[in-house]
Design a protein. Structure first.
Length: 384
């Protein structure tokens, strides 16, 4: 019943809320205590707020609440849950050496980038961008899916759906990220992908829905006329624990070039015989023409590196750069980063030198020769 965010917005100090809770529940009265002003110097100076000895039940309530202190509009010390959120300037002009990233078309410049911070953490730290979820944190469920526009192996920009819980923010310099809020909302109107998923009963709890929507949006961006088989194949990285997938697939098959399950006279008769919601057909929609505002990503011209919180991030552009960075380093402290899928499995690893291989052309080549198949170490499964 007690919400820390609500309390702050109403001007209550956390101990004051606990006192009010005690009074409401007729708990034993705490020692005489005069709450400080929420934003007074004395309150700000206290890192751990425990002004009085309270009833044990009140302490149980207060302790978890202190960890939920809201960062916005509060001048208290920064909670631990926000220690990795970087300082941000919005709509800043592009300048040499700056770390910039575009989120839904808006350029954001980050003054300090934690090499271990994920794109998902960064997105969800921004106001109004909580639609991108985090569930497994291992790249297995797809709830965190966003579309990323980045330079491809041939230098041309490509649009890909990615697990934002795996991709480091540091690997997104000057790239464009499109989230669920960027394609449609209740305020500016829903995107057809969002509308059809809802109308086909493809949402229940809704937690996985943003990931499904952004994956479909990415598919349409790369292939405006997919077949039903291509639609089905594209979603092998998205999990749903509610609907059983059928209504989701039915909804997205309406975008397929060879048609999906649509309303007909046969369907009308089937509805009478099989009223189960899972057996209902999807209504027929007009042909959808997908359009995306083109984005342009800045090309990388020099190898670079930066350091924060004991971790160094290296961005080589050639194999020579890779070997130059590796030469002075202890191999036990090094991690080569491409898909970064290992972070979800090997959670105890703590490398202090991260080398990003996404810009090394020699590692993104795949070829079939008389001697066999050659696949570069940084070649993605999608590209292969």
């Amino acid at each position: 019943g007690i919400n820390a965010e609500y309390g702050h917005r109403q001007g209550y100090h956390l101990p004051e809320i606990a006192v009010k809770y005690q009074e409401q529940k007729n708990l034993s009265s705490p020692a005489v205590y005069k709450p400080e002003q929420p934003h007074s110097e004395a309150a700000v100076a206290k890192k751990n707020i425990s002004p009085v000895t309270m009833n044990p039940k009140a302490n149980e309530i207060l302790q978890p609440m202190q960890a939920l202190s809201v960062k916005e509009n509060v001048t208290m010390s920064t909670p631990k849950t926000y220690t990795k959120v970087p300082f941000l300037k919005q709509n800043a002009p592009a300048q040499g050496g700056e770390f910039g990233i575009y989120v839904n078309g808006v350029r954001k410049v980050v003054d300090s980038v934690d090499p271990k911070m994920t794109l998902n953490e960064f997105i969800r730290s921004q106001p109004g961008l909580k639609g991108t979820k985090k569930s497994c944190g291992e790249g297995g469920c797809g709830a965190c899916t966003v579309m990323l526009t980045k330079p491809g192996p041939d230098g041309k920009d490509i649009n890909i759906s990615i697990n934002s819980c795996l991709r480091p923010l540091a690997a997104c310099k000057d790239m464009h990220v499109t989230t669920i809020e960027g394609i449609g909302s209740s305020k500016k109107g829903y995107h057809p992908v969002q509308e059809r998923l809802a109308e086909a009963n493809g949402t229940q709890c809704g937690f996985c829905s943003p990931g499904f929507v952004m994956n479909m949006y990415s598919l349409l961006t790369n292939n405006p006329n997919p077949t039903t088989q291509q639609v089905e194949d594209y979603f092998d990285g998205n999990l749903c624990r509610c609907t059983g997938y059928r209504p989701i697939l039915n909804a997205f098959n309406t975008f397929a070039s060879d048609g999906g399950k649509t309303e007909s006279k046969v369907c009308s008769k089937l509805k009478e015989q099989f009223p189960d919601i899972e057996e209902l057909c999807v209504k027929k929609y007009p042909k959808y023409e997908h359009s995306v505002k083109p984005h342009s990503c800045a090309s990388r011209s020099i190898a670079s590196q930066f350091y924060l919180n004991g971790v160094t991030w290296y961005t080589p552009l050639t194999l020579t750069d890779v070997y130059s960075f590796l030469a002075p380093l202890d191999p036990a402290t090094v991690k080569l980063v491409v898909g970064n899928t290992s972070v979800g499995i090997y959670k105890d690893e703590n490398p202090t030198n991260l080398i990003d291989l996404q810009y090394v052309p020699d590692l993104q080549v795949s070829a079939v020769t008389a001697n066999g198949v050659y696949v570069g170490g940084a070649t993605t499964i999608n590209h292969l």
